[in-house]
Design a protein around this ligand. Structure first.
Ligand code: AMP
Ligand code: MG
Length: 416
């Protein structure tokens, strides 16, 4: 590695180390809390399920009564009641008796097993209407069969969710199960996304020869939202130190927790972002041993964490995934965040210049069921967004690796 380049791990460690997790919590509706980090520890305050209930539609019985039931040796029981879901049965199951029961209904006193309707003569749909007087059990069940005992899922007092957990769909379901409709959650990080470059034009205008549309700020904003942030300011400025400063000052006045810019951090004559950072804040890292994405700069602008991604759109995308996403999760207060990684077989040989490489590719399951397979997709140029759009994964080659053969196992990051 060239001596003046930071190793990716070292750069990421430094960058994440500078992120002080947010603590400001709000009491908000559960629906609104999805995508935020839980700011309280949640314990079960009852057993769940809170009563023994049936996991099948069928008949609640005494297992001993039906123990002998088998093909050709059916057992007929008297049906003494009906137990739909939602209310406790007032009737007890005595010897020789059964109560018709639905999934989720409380198991009546006296019963210790549920015989599924399919194992009875009521299994025929046409007879599954009015409550029958009798039911013939064709096949018996063991004690406890098809009964979900009280406390099977979680017990009174047990830890359900730790503070610092991201509230996703399954956590929302669990919190609702435990009776919460409001929770204490950490606010999403407030972020600003800035594109820099004299060549950038807004949509709706016709770029003259030499000019281009700004694709980075829409892409980076979308990445920020995808990574769990609010984007409170977004814009573009030219390659001009004063313009850059004015914009960053406005972002600081907005009270943002993180500023992400693109371009202007290379060694070109018009690259002012790094200069502004050094002069009015601090530069904590610059130039990383990766491909694409080498000209990354990060630090603080007036005390606000700042990441300057490269200008090439694919480099900006990769830099976001490698550095900004984990930094944001740290800022958001999430504990134990981990990127989803897949070990996949290479469908073709790949090459690198020895920098840590993030090749654009596709990840798919092998047709023969032998597991995930990765191959290159799209033109690999760091300016080629169409090439990136043809990929669904980044193929990661460690620093020092010059090539890998078809069939070798490689680390792959699925991307959204
Ligand atoms: P720079 O980092 O300023 O040297 O820019 C590197 C490359 O990225 C150049 O080809 C720029 O035109 C391009 N670029 C920079 N910013 C953007 C942007 N916001 N949208 C699209 N391309 C950009
Ligand atoms: Mg430029």
């Amino acid at each position: 590695m060239k001596a003046d380049l930071l190793a990716v791990d070292e750069a990421r460690r430094r960058l994440i180390g500078g992120m002080v997790p947010l603590v400001a919590a709000e009491d908000i509706a559960l629906d609104a809390a999805v995508g935020r980090v839980l700011a309280m520890a949640v314990h079960a305050e009852a057993d769940h399920p809170s009563f023994a209930n049936s996991s099948m539609d069928g008949f609640a019985v005494r297992a001993a009564d039906v123990a002998g039931a088998a093909m050709g040796k059916p057992v007929t029981l008297r049906v003494v009641g009906d137990a739909p879901a939602g209310r406790a049965s007032p009737i007890t199951v005595g010897p020789g008796e059964a109560i018709r029961i639905m999934t989720g209904a409380m198991v009546p006193e006296g019963a210790d097993a549920v015989v599924p309707v399919e194992q009875t003569d009521a299994g025929d749909r046409s007879q599954w209407g009015a409550l029958p007087d009798r039911v013939t059990v064709l096949r018996g069940e063991q004690t406890g069969a098809n009964i979900r005992p009280r406390g099977q899922d979680i017990r009174d007092g047990d830890a359900a969710l730790a503070s610092g957990k991201l509230i996703g769909p399954k956590e929302a379901g669990l919190l609702a199960m435990l009776g919460y409709d409001r929770v204490s959650a950490i606010r999403k990080p407030r972020t600003a996304a800035l594109a820099t470059g004299d060549e950038l034009r807004a949509a709706g205008t016709r770029p003259e020869v030499g000019a281009i549309y700004d694709s980075n700020s829409p892409m980076v904003s979308a990445l920020l939202v995808d990574a769990g942030a609010d984007v409170v300011r977004r814009g573009k400025v030219g390659d001009d130190a004063a313009e850059i400063r004015n914009w960053l000052d406005a972002a600081v006045e907005d009270g943002v927790d993180l500023i992400v810019s693109t371009a202007g951090v290379s060694v070109g004559s018009y690259d002012y972002v790094r200069d502004v950072l050094m002069k009015y804040g601090s530069l904590e890292g610059w130039r990383v041993n990766m491909r694409p994405g080498k000209p990354l700069a990060f630090g603080r602008y007036r005390e606000v964490p700042f990441v300057g991604l490269p200008g090439n759109p694919v480099s900006a995308f990769v830099g976001f995934e490698v550095f900004v996403r984990p930094a944001l999760r740290q800022l958001a207060g999430e504990t134990g965040w981990q990127r989803r990684r897949v070990r996949a077989r290479l469908a073709e040989a790949v090459e690198s210049d020895g920098r840590e490489s993030y090749l654009r590719g596709t990840l798919e399951d092998a047709a023969d069921g032998s597991g995930p397979v990765a191959r290159l997709a799209g033109h690999q140029g760091s300016g080629n967004l169409f090439g990136l759009s043809q990929s669904n994964a980044l193929i990661v080659l460690a620093a020092g690796v010059q090539s890998m053969e078809e069939g070798q196992l490689v680390e792959v990051w699925p991307i959204s």
